[in-house]
Write a protein that binds this ligand. Structure first.
Ligand SMILES: [Mn+2]
Length: 434
């Protein structure tokens, strides 16, 4: 039996806007929160001790984190080196450097030859010797089109067909790895990807692009004793035989994860009979206080009552209240700030009911639950002046949703730059999954 700690989506260096400066350390308190959560994972790995640690990808928000962030990550993982625990660091989409020659932030661990460390930046099988015997780990990092396809292959091919082609290439490549496996040795697939049956919670709109969504059937194979996933921040178990598991992120990255438990997996892998459990981490709370004052007599007191000290204590709070313009004079913000002061951090968002803009396009109104691409279509239909670039915009949106926006932007820049160009704000990459 091989004991494994499986964690993912550390995103160290994210969420600074929810923190504040710690005057003692000079560091952002959210950075300290994330480091604390990571150190709890490492503590547990050493205390058990486990035979192997698997990291499912997305170490940092991007491939070029500031030195202090890299150092904090390295400081935690080096404790595993000291404890002699082999570790696999998988490359997620946030770890890949998309400009120039690419590369990944985690590759430095391979370059330095850190003892016992394996970097998974390609589809490959690693046979790792642990204190309790050998284990095979197939690493499947985040895939982009350029990983498996050449440019001529994708030229003039629709996005959907490209994705189909990508999946079929992946099937062949994975099959090649599977055929070379030793059937007597426990086997883990460690992959950073989006699975078609996963629940994305607040991030579900990401599935719209359908870009690199991998079918579950590809992973449910008897040769795997455990499928360790990364990418989706919401912890979930997608299959029990074999276990296919997203541990989720180790901290709440933003309000989209307000209601999600955070933690890591402890796994006992044995050929054909794997046991696993989710180990929750005690992470800082996010609290949204939603108050509609538009129909109340005494808005100030209703608002004050909504701020419950036991709820907001040490939490990251956002207070959202709806109010009529004529009620504004009845709100005194000083007591609000006073009672919110026990929160770790807070923001206040008044929304004027009378001034809430009526959507010009009814189908884009609040509560209509429209998918991003349909919303874009509705918008484009209403904009005759954008007709000439509508197709390009749809294609761009699909690319962005498929988390492959860079490739598309690169292809744009190679074309005639004097032509009308669509400027795409790459806000899509804020995505939590991502
Ligand atoms: Mn990811």
């Amino acid at each position: 039996m091989i004991k494994i700690l499986h964690l993912s989506d550390v995103h160290l260096g994210s969420g600074f806007s929810h923190g504040r400066l710690n005057p003692v350390s000079g560091l952002n308190t959210r950075f300290e929160d994330f480091v604390r959560s990571l150190s709890c994972c490492i503590d547990r790995a050493i205390a058990e001790p486990v035979d192997l640690v698997l990291f499912g990808g997305d170490a940092f928000p991007d491939a070029t984190p500031p030195p202090i962030v890299q150092e904090a990550f390295a400081n935690q993982f080096r404790r595993l080196v000291d404890a002699g625990i082999p570790t696999v660091l998988l490359v997620g989409n946030h770890d890949q450097h998309s400009q120039g020659q690419g590369g990944a932030s985690l590759c430095i661990y391979r370059t330095l030859g850190v003892p016992g460390f394996v970097v998974g930046d390609r589809l490959e099988t690693h046979r790792i010797q642990t204190q309790n015997g050998p284990v095979q780990v197939i690493t499947l990092p985040w895939l982009t089109r350029s990983t498996l396809l050449t440019r001529p292959e994708t030229e003039g091919v629709s996005l959907a067909d490209v994705n189909q082609l990508l999946i079929s290439r992946l099937v062949v490549a994975l099959e090649g790895e599977i055929r070379r496996l030793d059937a007597d040795v426990p086997t883990v697939l460690l992959a950073h990807l989006m699975i078609d049956t996963a629940h994305y919670g607040a991030e579900r709109f990401l599935a719209v692009g359908k870009g690199f969504t991998v079918p579950m059937s590809l992973l449910v194979r008897p040769c795997f004793d455990y499928v360790a996933l990364g990418h989706v921040h919401k912890h979930q178990i997608l299959c029990y035989q074999p276990p296919v598991v997203y541990p989720g992120s180790i901290e709440r990255v933003d309000f989209g994860e307000e209601h999600e438990d955070k933690g890591f997996m402890l796994v006992e892998v044995e050929r054909g009979q794997t046991r696993f459990q989710f180990c929750p981490l005690s992470v800082r709370s996010f609290r949204t206080l939603n108050v509609d004052l538009s129909g109340v007599e005494d808005p100030q007191s209703v608002l004050m009552q909504a701020i419950k000290p036991e709820v907001i204590q040490d939490a990251i709070v956002r207070l959202i209240y709806k109010i009529r313009a004529d009620q504004l004079d009845h709100i005194d913000t000083a007591p609000l700030h006073q009672s919110l002061s026990t929160a770790h951090s807070y923001t206040i968002h008044p929304e004027l009911v009378s001034q809430l803009a009526r959507p010009r396009l009814p189908e884009l109104g609040a509560g209509s639950g429209i998918a991003p691409l349909d919303a874009l279509q509705a918008y484009l239909t209403s904009r005759e002046d954008l007709k000439n670039i509508a197709d390009a915009m749809r294609e761009a949106a699909q690319s962005l949703l498929a988390a492959d926006g860079e490739a598309w932007l690169n292809s744009l820049s190679e074309e005639d730059t004097s032509k009308d160009q669509v400027v795409v704000e790459d806000k899509g990459t804020q995505l939590r999954l991502l």
